[in-house]
Design a protein. Structure first.
Lengths: 515, 349, 388, 41
């Protein structure tokens, strides 16, 4: 083979070697799994919903990636022109949609609308020599890694609601209205006020706007009008309501008068023809303990049994009645909400050990009402059973102020256990919460936090009586040495108490050096 | 361990040299000594007080651990057991979700099927019925293959000793167990984060603990199956990979992996002699055939050559005979002629 | 042709002086190692108990000494008589290589006087090391017997020479058997450490990887050692340059085939465990350098060298292969081993370890030179010309 | 009865090694006995 052909031969061979190498390397694209990026609260992803009946998604696969539209940036850019640059006016009020009055329209109409308006404005901006704005398709439609949106729904708690009541001079009809069926008109009727979300759904249904459009239309316009009149007004930009830190900065009123909506103070929770003991429900006290009506009335202000039926799942996914009351994983159910209360640092010290199963006499705490025989239909007048925890007993031999735990003292001196100090602190927390008071029932229940597995009350069993030796393998019972440490250090860890070091509780007998 | 795919693969791979199938232990399965001891380590309970290190060093008369237990800076660096300290406690921060740090005690795991025992070529490690894996320094050659192979980095070697260096590690306090006591670390742990007991019972107890508080524990008892299972079991709320343990490793034990291929060795030893003798015979036969061919060719050449010479010889012989006859005939004619002339002269005289 | 007694001036050649210094240093360090223990003379730790002495002397030494069994099999079993002239140097290199492996092992072992324990006191047959110890011991004796004919011819012990001559075939078969076993079992040692060796190098094929790469190393070592000794011991050499080039080219052909097989089974091993994604990591780069730079390149070199009949290209490829095998064995036993350990717990050889290793290699070269100068290794003894 | 695979393997592998050793040792006289007449004819 002459030398030239040889070089050719060399060339061909190196090419295939190189391609093999690239093939190997290409085969091993490494997947990036770093932290997901956060998307600003004012960024709206203009992904046209794919709801087949409204938007035919025939060419779904040909679509370009959705555009992430930053509302805040545009407001800054068009600051002087005011909102009507994009939002049309209807009866003097801004429509919270882009250059259109209703959300309806086929996909093509909307696509055409967005392209005409956005590109028109951008071309104009470039023509006027303003800063560079995206014009090419890929400059808006580019695929970005999946992001976590910082957008948070605004939560109207009692304090914020009351500030709006004062601002609208107790005229509820400013926001609340119901549809008068016959005249197809919005009217205001006392005692029918409810959360906006109870009626306004995900999407416009004819005249009834989606929650998003309805809320923006009323709230933002009202804020704008008050601002125009120079009065104190709420935010008008997205971040104002929807970003977490701004929500924290919303002023919280210390005391808020009760929201009168015809709700009872005290009522029986009882479903006719069921045989469980009726539950005395102190509605007034629960209002103070919750942040807003929709904490429990998550769909409507009517009673739970209107939508939830015993033993059967509702058609729109409503769980059965007993689930509605007892489902521990839901935030709206009684048990679920109560469990969330025990997750706080003050309660976790003991409650982290209780785990899932309910206490033995927990049911009777609520179900303490009469049991209706089938004949009876009328429940007696609910009377407030006030549960007052009796005071802590005085320090005595049975209720020592300090316990010197010395039985295992060897390398460490005896531990001076401030028994009374701890109990008073915990007892104060229990008394401060009516819920705790109700479920604890007696002051003695607090003792079962440490003296578990022994009946509440005076002289519960000492740790040594059960924990002297480690239990047999299959029983998870530590010896005394582990029982003391696991109980004390475990509680301190859960309650975030810093004293967890060895010398925090007991000094060393052999002295630091010898150790 | 049925004829594991891995063993078979190795066999086949090596079998390319000699047809052979391998499976370290054929299709048998081994449960280990019934009722053997183990230790359950709950990392949720461990608070990193290192009392276990102190107790371990006392029982094995090693110097007290450096730095002393009060000095928390020890947790800034990851440590591993050494020849002067058979167990260490390390801190694993899961700062991602701000939860409190997690501490884990590290020592020899006393595997059900010990890797150190399988790789030692003088069988210095034996798995005792009580559970611990014990080391016999009287046969150890000091090759340190065990220290090099232990997947848990648990073995240490006494490099400082020139004449009788030993491999040292936790023995699960074998003397104390024989006396019916608990291992020193289990005894010393204030939080009961180390529980000593029968291995099967501890697995049940671990499951019970996980069932009681599902939010605090990952539903997996580490050490039940990993590499054939270990005596030390670990449960906790943090993923085991973050605690320096393995995740998703095979349930096959390391002796199975390590000696999977070795079952092919006796096979090669038995097959090779016959095979190679055959090849040698084959190549010798080829040589012999080649030699015979050559000889045949030579002899045939020789015979062909000899024939020609014979013909040539016989031709030459005939020619010679003819020449001779001619010469004789001429001589006779000449003699006759002379005799006539002589008689003629005589007559004319 | 034994040399006249050397005058002292002739002894002080630069090579001898350097060799003497190295060997003296090595001996001193060896002594220090046995007095003060391993800790004082090495950087070995509990994380990395096997360092340069095991990684280089044992792992690489055994692979590079594989030339012996390769060539004896080719000549005596497969009847390739044209390679007969290089049998003796190959067997001698093999023998010296294995002797030095044992020296390296003895220096590294904690209690070397207990080396025969696995066979006398207590055997652990589940260990790959047991099989290796058994085979290396037996193969060392086989190689010793196989390299004695040259010595007997030099000493003139005819009866012994004839006896050993008759055993050649049995020794060759036995040698091939033992070499197959321990070359592959050296790889099988890493089957027991799936989590510590990097997945790119660790696979269920590792025994076959080690065996095939050992053959490649053997062949390349023959070419390299042959070329060197033909240049250094020109006066000893009997066969013509053309014939030696023909042998080199023949070996090049074998080298190309073996290296290609090795390349394929290495890539196959990655496919087997689907470890392609590791190729994009730094260790992937190290692996690609080893695979493409030191296996594919020399294979390509042998290929071209054989087609174009250019022995120089084959010699260069052989040198690259030898370096490649050293690189691979060090990768497996040190660089890619303990790949998950943090950097500060990884291993860097102590200068004493490097010195001892260099001393061992020098000892090998000196011994080789001493024997080749005296015994009929590179040429045939006049009386025994052509005898089997 | 073997409780752990390690013990089982130690025994089985050990016996196999001995058998393999015997196999090799036996093969040589077998081969010589097999082929000694070849040289005569």
């Amino acid at each position: 083979m002459t030398f030239i052909k040889q070089r050719q031969y060399l060339g061909r061979l190196s090419v295939c070697m190189a391609s093999a190498l690239i093939f190997i390397l290409a085969g091993c694209g490494n997947e990036t799994h770093g932290q997901r990026r956060t998307v600003g609260a004012s960024v709206i992803t203009l992904a046209l919903p794919d709801d087949p009946d409204v938007f035919p998604s025939s060419f779904a696969e040909l679509r370009r990636p959705a555009v992430e539209y930053n509302h805040q940036a545009h407001v800054k850019a068009l600051g002087k022109q005011g909102c009507d640059a994009c939002h049309p006016l209807e009866e003097g009020r801004l429509v919270p949609l882009f250059k259109r009055k209703t959300d309806l329209g086929t996909r093509d109409e909307l696509t055409e609308l967005y392209h005409r308006e956005c590109l028109g404005c951008h071309k104009q901006a470039v023509a006027d020599g303003k800063q560079a704005v995206p014009l090419a398709c890929a400059e808006c439609h580019f695929s970005v890694p999946e992001g976590v949106s910082a957008w948070r729904a605004i939560h109207f708690d009692y304090s914020l609601h009351y500030r709006h009541v004062k601002a609208s001079k107790e005229k509820c009809e400013v926001c609340h209205h119901i549809l008068d069926e016959q005249h197809k008109k919005l009217v205001y009727k006392k005692k029918t006020e409810s959360a906006c979300g109870d009626c306004h759904g995900q999407r416009d249904q004819g005249k009834k706007l989606s929650l998003r459009n309805a809320a923006h239309r009323d709230c933002v316009n009202c804020h704008l009008e008050r601002k125009a009149k120079g009065q104190k007004a709420g935010p008008v930009q997205c971040e104002g309501c929807h970003s977490a830190e701004k929500q924290l900065s919303i002023e919280k009123l210390p005391s808020v008068p009760r929201l009168e909506r015809g709700q009872p103070n005290l009522t029986w929770i009882h479903f006719p023809k069921t045989h469980t003991a009726a539950v005395l429900f102190d509605h007034a006290r629960h209002e103070k303990a919750s942040s807003s009506c929709s904490s429990c009335h998550h769909k409507t202000l009517k009673a739970c049994r209107e939508c939830h039926k015993p033993g059967v799942k509702g058609k729109d996914g409503a769980v059965s009645l007993e689930q509605a009351y007892h489902l521990s994983s839901s935030e709206h159910s009684c048990i679920g909400c109560h469990k969330k209360q025990t997750a706080g640092k003050t309660c976790q010290g003991c409650h982290y050990l209780l785990g899932e199963q309910a206490g033995k006499n927990a049911c009777k705490v609520c179900h303490n009402g009469p049991i209706l025989t089938p004949a009876q239909t009328k429940l007696p007048e609910p009377v407030q059973a006030s549960i007052e925890l009796d005071a802590l007993p005085a320090v005595s031999a049975d209720f020592p102020e300090k316990v010197s735990i010395a039985s295992l003292a060897k390398e460490y001196k005896a531990a001076e256990f401030p028994h009374f100090k701890i109990i008073t602190a915990l007892d104060k927390d229990v008394r401060s919460s009516k819920l705790a008071g109700a479920f604890h029932g007696t002051t003695g229940t607090l003792c079962t936090g440490c003296h578990h597995h022994s009946p509440p009350g005076m002289r519960p069993a000492a740790c040594r009586s059960c924990h002297d030796k480690e239990g047999p393998e299959m029983i998870d019972k530590p010896g005394l040495f582990s029982a003391y440490h696991r109980q004390c250090i475990g509680c301190h860890q859960k309650m975030g108490i810093k004293k967890q070091g060895c010398t925090d509780c007991h000094e060393r007998t052999l002295g630091e050096v010898a150790k | 361990m049925s004829v594991s795919r891995r063993g078979f693969l190795q066999g086949m791979a090596a079998g390319t040299l000699a047809a052979g199938t391998a499976g370290a232990a054929g299709f048998k399965h081994f449960e280990g000594y019934p009722g053997r001891y183990g230790l359950l380590h709950d990392v949720n309970l461990c608070v990193g007080c290192r009392s276990c290190e102190v107790a371990c060093n006392q029982v094995n008369d090693n110097p007290p651990p450096e730095p002393p237990t009060a000095d928390k800076s020890v947790f800034t660096k990851m440590r591993r057991p050494t020849s002067k300290q058979y167990t260490v406690v390390n801190r694993y921060l899961n700062e991602a979700d701000g939860k409190p740090p997690v501490y884990r005690k590290q020592q020899c795991m006393h595997c059900n099927e010990p890797c150190c025992a399988s790789v030692c070529f003088v069988h210095a490690f034996t798995k005792t019925p009580e559970g611990p894996v014990l080391y016999d320094p009287s046969v150890c050659v000091g090759c340190r293959y065990c220290v090099n192979a232990c997947p848990y980095y648990a073995l240490s070697y006494e490099y400082e000793k020139p004449f009788e260096p030993r491999v040292v590690r936790c023995t699960m306090c074998y003397p104390r167990i024989k006396k019916g006591l608990k291992p020193a670390c289990a005894e010393a742990c204030p939080m009961g984060a180390i529980k000593f007991g029968r291995r099967e019972e501890l697995i049940k107890l671990a499951r019970e603990r996980i069932r009681k508080r599902p939010a605090d524990y990952i539903d997996h008892v580490y050490g039940e199956h990993e590499f054939g299972g270990t005596s030390w079991l670990v449960i906790g709320g943090t993923s085991f990979a973050k605690l320096g343990l393995f995740e998703g490793v095979t349930h096959e034990s390391i002796p199975e992996l390590g000696s999977g291929f070795l079952s092919v060795v006796p096979l090669i030893v038995s097959v090779y002699p016959g095979l190679l003798a055959g090849i040698y015979a084959f190549s010798k036969r080829k040589e012999r055939l080649a030699r015979e061919e050559r000889e045949a060719a030579v002899s045939e050449a020789v015979s062909k050559a000899s024939e020609e010479t014979k013909q040539k010889l016989s031709a030459a012989a005939d020619k010679a005979k003819k020449d001779k006859d001619n010469a004789v005939a001429q001589a006779v004619k000449k003699a006759l002629a002379e005799a006539e002339k002589a008689s003629g002269k005589e007559v004319s005289k | 042709m034994n040399q006249p007694a050397k005058s002292p001036a002739r002894l002080l050649t630069p090579f001898n002086v350097i060799a003497a210094v190295i060997l003296a240093g090595g001996a001193a360090i060896g002594l220090l190692r046995f007095i003060k223990g391993l800790g004082a003379t090495t950087n070995l730790s509990n994380d990395v108990p096997w360092g340069l002495w095991i990684g280089f002397d044992v792992m690489t030494g055994v692979a590079l000494a594989a030339g012996g069994f390769t060539i004896t099999t080719a000549v005596y079993l497969f009847g390739m008589k044209e390679y007969k002239p290089i049998v003796r140097p190959a067997v001698l290199t093999g023998f010296l290589g294995y002797a030095l492996v044992v020296v390296g092992l003895v220096v590294d072992l904690g209690r070397p006087w207990r080396l025969p324990y696995p066979f006398i006191v207590k055997a652990g047959p589940t260990s790959a090391l047991f099989e290796i110890a058994l085979c290396v011991m037996l193969y060392l004796t086989t190689l010793f017997i196989e390299s004695t004919p040259a010595a007997f011819e030099w000493l003139g012990w005819k009866r012994l020479r004839k006896l050993v001559g008759s055993m050649t075939i049995a020794l060759t078969i036995f040698g091939l058997l033992l070499s197959t076993l321990h070359q592959s079992t050296l790889g099988a040692m890493f089957l027991a450490t799936p989590t510590r060796l990097h997945p790119l190098w660790h696979s269920t094929y590792i025994p076959v990887h080690f065996f095939v790469s050992a053959i490649a190393a053997g062949i390349s070592m023959l070419i390299v050692e042959g070329s060197l000794s033909h240049r250094v011991f020109r006066d000893q050499v009997e066969i013509s340059h053309e014939q030696f080039d023909k042998i080199t080219i023949g070996l090049g052909k074998a080298g190309a085939v073996v290296l290609l097989t090795y390349f394929i089974i290495k890539v196959m091993a990655i496919g087997l465990e689907n470890e392609w994604h590791y190729l994009a990591t730094p260790y992937g780069a190290l692996f690609l350098v080893e695979l493409l730079g030191f296996v594919a390149l020399p294979c390509f070199g042998f290929l071209l060298g054989y087609r174009e009949r250019r022995p120089l290209l084959i010699r260069i490829s052989a040198v690259i292969t030898v370096i490649g095998i050293i690189f691979n064995r060090l990768n497996v036993s040190i660089f890619a081993y303990n790949w998950q350990l943090p950097a500060e717990r990884r291993y860097i050889p102590h200068w004493m370890e490097i010195w001892v290793t260099v001393a061992i290699v020098t000892a090998g070269v000196v011994a080789f030179r001493w024997i080749v100068k005296r015994m009929p290794i590179l040429h045939e003894h006049p009386e025994w010309r052509g005898v089997h | 009865m073997y409780h752990t695979m390690q013990d089982f393997l130690t025994f089985t592998k050990g016996s196999c090694y001995i058998l393999a050793g015997l196999a090799v040792v036996i093969f040589i006289p077998f081969w010589l006995f097999l082929t000694d007449r070849e040289k005569k004819n």
